[in-house]
Design a protein around this ligand. Structure first.
Ligand SMILES: Nc1nc2c(c(=O)[nH]1)N[C@H]1C(S)=C(S)[C@@H](COP(=O)(O)OP(=O)(O)OC[C@H]3O[C@@H](n4cnc5c(N)ncnc54)[C@H](O)[C@@H]3O)O[C@H]1N2
Ligand code: MOO
Length: 402
């Protein structure tokens, strides 16, 4: 019998607490894109390290330009020039204007920059300013971008191009990231044949080891496909032992339920150092899922039905590979038809997403969890939470893009 029924969140938490952390490595900035940060990174200095102009023009004291207009310009003394990459030689005094370029360092005493378009050099020593500027106008202050000591990127962040730029500006040439976890994928089933074969009566082609290795890769892991083993305890155990030796974690698909051929639980329990954490989730699809650790390595027994296997992978395993994905981008959409669900269980229902009368809608697609084309048609999964007793047509529901 299924002996523990946990919610998805409880199961994920249990796995997270029992697993050994993924190995960490340092990579150069050029290899950081798409990798997952292994620790919080705090800025070591202010960026920019000085007040900078955001325009080409003249550094001034804002107060000297108050009331300036086309008809009555402020007349300032052209007293200096800021050279890019160097600090100004001296302080800007009242009544002075200094030439400055975009990105140049403001001289001490200046608090704003007038755009060159609103000025005129009347002679070599005099500038007319035709518009006033407010203090701080056209300036970024020291520390406006990044403040020393602040966490600029949190552990678990999958690094995006802007993050790489942020790391660069803060001087992180090398960053600590999780090594891409190697995840072994094993299928089980006497009825399963290789993709290249023509299935005979009673046989089907292997879906799960392909869809799951793809899912591991999409989550930033390094999948290792072990193919499909027969429903024999020694074979399943041998495949598991080998995968555990060679990988950081394992997904076994099939045999997780309670039939005579469902040997996943027994095979996992028999491994030395194994601790089964749960068998049975309050989720549909995915009820028979099994979770264990073997010497701190994750072993998840996913249901054999291809839709169930992928859905559970997505919400149970993937967030452990990609912590950010624990809170994936959620959309709200209106249901186009009512859905039923049992309270005490979470449901994920494949859906197409569309727009009707300017409103985002989710059109549930009905099917069975053995039918992979069902999931392939969907753009999203509607989430019906634990306490919901279904949802009525027209109701707003949470959807996850897939
Ligand atoms: N009496 C009960 N029967 C079932 C229950 C239950 O609670 N009581 N739960 C059902 C649910 S829900 C699911 S999900 C499945 C889970 O089954 P298993 O994890 O034990 O997986 P199998 O029995 O090995 O396979 C199920 C199904 O999926 C096909 N399959 C398996 N592997 C592959 C693969 N690599 N590629 C393509 N298709 C695969 C397999 O042929 C079966 O059709 O149990 C229900 N039964
Ligand atoms: O709940 Mo099972 O995982 O649908 O088919």
């Amino acid at each position: 019998m299924l002996f523990t029924t946990l919610t998805l969140a409880e199961a994920r938490e249990k796995l997270r607490r029992s697993m050994r952390p993924w190995p960490v490595e340092e990579v150069g900035l050029g290899e950081a894109l798409g990798r997952i940060l292994a620790q919080d990174l705090a800025a070591r200095e202010d960026v920019p390290g000085f007040d900078r102009s955001t325009v080409d023009g003249y550094a001034v004291r804002a107060a000297d330009t108050f009331g300036a207009s086309e008809g009555l310009p402020a007349i300032l003394r052209l007293a200096g020039e800021v050279y890019m990459g160097s600090p100004p030689e001296k302080e800007l005094l009242p009544g002075e204007a200094w030439r400055i370029s975009t990105g140049g360092m403001l001289p001490e005493g200046a608090d704003a920059v007038v755009m060159v378009e609103y000025t005129e050099e009347l002679d070599e020593e005099t500038v007319a300013v035709y518009r006033p500027v407010a203090p701080g106008e056209n300036v970024v202050r020291r520390g406006d971008d990044v403040q020393a000591g602040r966490v600029i990127l949190p552990a678990g962040r999958r690094l995006r191009p802007a993050d790489v730029g942020l790391l660069a500006t803060c001087g992180w040439e090398r960053v600590p990231v999780f090594r891409k976890p190697r995840i072994g994928v094993i299928g089980t089933g006497d009825e399963i044949v290789e993709v290249g074969q023509v299935p005979g009566p009673g046989q089907v082609r292997d879906v799960n080891t392909w869809s799951l290795t793809a899912a591991v890769a999409a989550a930033g892991g390094e999948p290792v496909r072990y193919g499909v083993v027969r429903d024999r305890l020694p074979e399943i155990k041998e495949a598991l032992s080998r995968a555990l030796e060679e990988c950081d974690g394992v997904c076994l698909a099939g045999g997780s339920s309670v039939g005579v051929r469902d040997l996943a639980l027994e095979a996992i329990e028999d491994l030395p150092g194994a601790e089964v954490l749960f068998h049975g989730l309050a989720v549909r699809p995915g009820k028979p899922t099994l979770g264990a650790v073997v010497d701190g390595k994750l072993v998840v027994g996913l249901p054999g039905h291809p839709v169930s296997a992928l859905v559970v992978f997505n919400f149970l395993f993937r967030p452990l590979l990609e912590p950010e994905k624990e809170n994936p981008l959620l959309l709200r959409a209106r249901l186009t038809r009512s859905l039923s669900s049992a309270p005490g269980r979470e449901d994920f229902v494949p859906a197409e997403i569309g727009v009707e009368e300017g409103v985002m809608v989710a059109r549930p697609i009905l099917g069975k969890s053995g039918l992979i084309a069902w999931l392939a048609r969907a753009q999203a999964l509607i989430h019906l939470p634990l306490d919901a007793e279904g949802a009525a047509a027209g109701e707003w529901v949470d959807v996850f893009l897939v």
